[in-house]
Design a protein around this ligand. Structure first.
Ligand code: AFP
Length: 298
């Protein structure tokens, strides 16, 4: 089934228009990737250097989302918020994993649609989706009940998104672990837990783009973590732009996501910039780590 037909049956029409607009832009970004590899002298609101593709993606997604007339606001990891007259509150990381562009490893674009002004609690998420620009361009989407995936292919007349999987599930146990930051920086319970996973024969796979790493957990089961570290006890990943959308999708795929103590989806972020440790994936594994951290780390 084609994207347009599927999302119109799944989502309210204003949200479907936003998804459809973003899908259109993702094709453009994919096309531009080979020739947009420069690193700029500008910085984002976090003070991080921007890649040319960060800025291009931010501009193209924002412009097209606003053109739908359905957005109340667009908040982005790369630039200050824009407000408008629609009803859909859009949070986006327009280019996740920009340091992977030049090495041709996966990068992504992440979106979360809310019904309330941001920042707001996760209970106001209505849907979430992400694009992965890897060997394939895919769109993974959830309205909270199940998770579906579309794949782009070329047909006469151009590129189209077609439904590839309708109900992705994260296995209860899994084969992969994928943890960011340096081992010597990890808090003790995380270090010991990962050693336990290695003793069980689980394999390390880490690509450095959240959506790329999450994709393999979605496929093979396991656990992704960007932990609390000694120097960054609040982790690295951004709550609104990265952590909430992926946690929302993980829950709809029967997985679980924790900050080490609580369900991520119970968080009530008070700023757009907030970061958090995150552990997401197979429910049993994340719960096991959560109880280890709760027991041993205050
Ligand atoms: P960039 O977009 O700045 O490359 O950051 C990507 C990211 O936010 C997330 O996608 C990764 O999981 C994480 O950072 C990777 O961080 P490390 O480079 O510390 O592994």
């Amino acid at each position: 089934m084609m994207l347009e037909e599927y999302i119109r049956s799944l989502l309210p029409s204003d949200e479907a228009s936003v998804v459809s607009a973003c899908a259109e832009v993702s094709l453009k970004i994919w096309e531009e990737m080979p020739r947009r590899k420069a690193v700029l002298s500008t910085t984002n609101p976090y003070g991080e250097k921007q890649a040319e593709l960060d800025v291009l993606s931010d501009n193209l997604f924002r412009k097209r989302i606003l053109e739908t007339g359905e957005a109340a606001e667009v908040v982005s990891e790369e630039s200050p918020p824009t407000h408008s007259k629609g009803k859909v509150h859009v949070a986006m990381d327009p280019l996740d994993g920009s340091s992977n562009i030049d090495t041709n490893n996966p990068v992504g674009s992440i979106f979360c649609l809310f019904t309330e002004r941001l920042p707001c609690p996760a209970k106001y998420i209505s849907s979430a989706f992400y694009f992965t620009y890897g060997p394939m361009l895919t769109l993974t989407l959830s309205s909270g009940k199940q998770v579906c995936r579309f794949v782009v292919s070329k047909r006469e007349g151009g590129y189209i998104f077609t439904l590839a999987e309708e109900s992705l599930k994260i296995k209860e146990e899994g084969e992969i672990y994928s943890f960011g930051a340096q081992r010597r920086e990890w808090i003790e319970p995380v270090l010991r837990y990962v050693e336990k996973l290695e003793d069980r024969g689980m394999k390390l796979r880490y690509c450095g783009t959240f959506v790329g790493d999450f994709n393999q957990i979605l496929k093979y089961g396991g656990i992704f973590g960007y932990p609390a570290t000694k120097s960054k006890p609040r982790g690295k990943l951004r709550v609104i732009y990265e952590v909430l959308p992926i946690s929302f999708i993980a829950r709809a795929a029967s997985g679980y996501s924790s900050n080490g103590k609580n369900d991520i989806l119970s968080l009530e972020p008070s700023s757009l910039e907030e970061t958090t440790p995150i552990y997401v994936g197979s429910k049993a594994l994340v719960k096991e780590l959560e109880s280890t951290i709760s027991r041993e780390y205050t």
